[in-house]
Design a binder for this molecule. Structure first.
Ligand code: HXC
Length: 269
C-alpha cells in the first residue's frame, strides 16, 4: 500500500487517479462523500435508484473539475451490483474503493412491522452492503491492488433503537460484516471500516426519522453538541478512513455524533 510522506501530501491522503464507487450517491451523505472525493482528485461512480439525482451529483462533480459516472443501480439486485462494478471498471479502468451508503429507513414499532417492511430495509442496508462489498473486493483481488471499503452505519448498531429494529439490525450486521471481512481481506491489502454518524442534516433521514418539528426537537435534545451534523463533516471523516493516511486502520468504526452516544450513557436519554 502506498504511503506518501508528509511533504508530498501535507498530512492529507491523496486520491488522484483513484476510482471510488459511492452507493446512495445521489443525495445526503453519499453525495457529500462523492463530492469530497472528487475535490480530492478521485473519479467517482455514483450508484442509486434515481437516475436524475445521480446525474445531479455528476454535474456537481464536473463543476469541481472531477470525473463522475452515474450508474442507476438497485443494490438489492446481485446482477445489478456486478454490472455496477463492471461498468465502473470499463469506464475508468479500475476501482480502488467503495462507500456503502445506500440506506432505507422508517419509524415503525417492531411488533407492527410487516415481513415486507423488515425485508425492504434488511435488503437495502445489509444485503446491499454485502453484495457491493463482495463485488468490489473480487475486483480488487483480480487487480491485485488492494483498496478501501467504508460502510455508513449508526450507533444504534450496538445500542439498538426503539422504532427502527429493521435498520438497527441491518446496521449491526454491516458492522459484523466489516469486522469479519477486515480480517479475511487484510492479506489482500483491502481495508474495511465503518463510520457511525449521528443525526445529520439530510433530506432522506429527515423525512424518514424526524418528519416534524417535534420529532426533530426530540432528536436534537439527545445531542450534547446541540446541533445536527453537516454532511460535509461526515465526508471529511470518511475521506480519512478511505485514504492512505489510514493505511493500518481496518475493522474499526468511527463514531461522529456530537457526543450523542456517550451522552445517552451519562444522561440516560
Ligand atoms: C410502516 C412501512 C413504512 C412506514 C414502508 N413500509 N414505509 N411500514 N411504516 N413508514 C413498508 C411497506 O408498507 C411495505 O410493506 C414495505 O415497507 C416495503 O415498502 P415499499 O415502499 O414497497 O419499498 P421500497 O419502495 O423498496 O422502499 C424502501 C423503503 C423506503 C425503505 C420503505 O423508505 C426507501 O426506499 N427509503 C430510501 C431512503 C431512506 O429511507 N433514507 C433514509 C435513510 S436514513 P408491505 O407489507 O405493505 O408490503 C438512515 C439513517 C440512520 O438510515 C441513522 C440515523 C441516526
Amino acid at each position: 500500500m502506498p504511503f506518501l510522506p508528509p511533504e508530498t501530501s501535507r498530512g492529507l491522503s491523496v486520491f488522484t487517479d483513484r476510482t471510488f464507487i459511492v452507493t446512495g450517491g445521489g443525495s445526503g451523505i453519499g453525495r457529500a462523500v462523492a463530492l469530497a472525493l472528487g475535490e480530492a482528485g478521485a473519479r467517482v461512480a455514483v450508484a442509486g435508484r434515481t437516475p436524475e439525482r445521480l446525474e445531479e451529483t455528476v454535474a456537481l462533480l464536473a463543476k469541481q473539475g472531477a470525473e463522475g459516472l452515474a450508474v442507476p443501480t438497485d443494490v438489492r439486485d446481485p446482477a445489478a451490483v456486478d454490472a455496477l462494478v463492471d461498468l465502473t471498471v470499463r469506464h475508468f479502468g479500475s476501482v480502488d474503493g467503495l462507500v456503502n451508503n445506500a440506506a432505507g429507513n422508517f419509524v415503525a414499532p417492531g411488533i407492527d412491522l410487516s415481513p415486507n417492511g423488515w425485508k425492504a430495509v434488511i435488503d437495502i442496508v445489509l444485503n446491499g452492503s454485502f453484495l457491493c462489498t463482495r463485488a468490489v473486493a473480487r475486483q480488487l483481488r483480480a487487480q491485485g491492488t488492494g483498496g478501501s471499503i467504508l460502510s455508513v452505519i449508526a450507533t444504534y448498531a450496538w445500542h439498538g433503537h426503539p422504532g427502527t429494529v429493521h435498520s438497527a439490525a441491518a446496521k449491526a450486521g454491516v458492522l459484523a460484516m466489516t469486522r469479519t471481512l477486515a480480517v479475511e481481506l487484510a492479506p489482500l491489502g483491502i481495508r474495511l471500516n465503518c463510520i457511525a454518524p449521528g443525526p445529520t442534516e439530510t433530506e432522506g433521514a429527515g423525512a424518514a426519522l424526524w418528519a416534524d418539528d417535534n420529532a426533530r426537537a426530540q432528536v436534537l435534545a439527545t445531542v450534547p453538541a446541540g446541533r445536527f451534523a453537516d454532511p460535509a463533516e461526515v465526508a471529511d471523516a470518511s475521506l480519512f478512513l478511505l485514504g492512505d493516511r489510514a493505511s493500518y486502520l481496518t475493522g474499526e468504526c468511527l463514531t461522529l455524533d456530537g457526543g450523542q452516544w456517550l451522552g445517552k450513557q451519562i444522561y440516560g436519554r
